[in-house]
Design a protein around this ligand. Sequence first.
Ligand code: ADP
Ligand code: MG
Length: 276
Amino acid sequence: DTNMAQDTTSSKKQASGFAPGEPAIDVRNVHKAFGPLHVLKGVSMQVMPGTVTVVLGPSGSGKSTLLRMINQLETVSGGEIYVGGELQGYRHENHRGTDRLRRLSDKDIAQQRSRIGMVFQRFNLFPHKTVLENVMEAPVHVKGMSKADAKAEAIKDLTRVGMQNRLDHYPSQLSGGQQQRVAIARAIAMHPEIMLFDEPTSALDPELVGEVLSVIRSLADDGMTMVVVTHEIGFAREVADQIVFMDGGVVLEKGGPEIIDHPSTDRFKGFLASVL
Ligand code: ADP
Ligand code: MG
């Protein structure tokens, strides 16, 4: 039966995802300039499949710009980003014996972007849609899933973030922490292979931070490949496989979570003192 065969292929792809031993994300000497402002000055970073990388750094160091480039919300000014071995946004082309880069079509870029889910600091849920409708939106309108299937999927994802009892609520009826959990459910409903979080708890009242971090931690436990920008040092120490400390558009320190307790630069030391 053809459908069965297709189902098997797609679930297999989801389970394995990336080639073993190859990075899920490979950022190679990336630069970004906004006009005269040189924001990223040669950033390199690798994220292995099924691991969590926490990016730390002071405000303005280029953390959001880096995440936005991985998700192709910004183009690179120099360097290359690979996701699952695929160059993002461009393809190499041989032109009269010289290699040059050619921009991919919008459709190919959308295809690449669909492998990545992103959650931002401010929960950007649709205010006039219910929790359930928010999570069903992209599967129905982007993937063309049937409403019945999208609803079943949405309920599963909302259960995963502990929001299954708020299906008919509107965002304004929820706390910030609940809204952020719905935003996470909305991202995972698209079955991304990678999740990017940009300061997901920075806009929350302190008492709501824990519930969002524990949802992110549960995704990590399930083997999701993730990059998390956060100032939550305790979370970083417990959950991160890799810590990347950025300052002034460069990576100053990179290593296992133990570098939090043994920073080797004064900048990282100072940063840690400011957030602890
Ligand atoms: P972080 O997330 O670490 O606080 P950002 O990546 O947001 O840092 O910003 C890094 C620098 O880039 C800042 O100086 C910021 O003002 C600048 N910047 C970010 N986005 C833009 C943009 N679209 N146009 C111009 N400057 C930008
Ligand atoms: Mg930022």
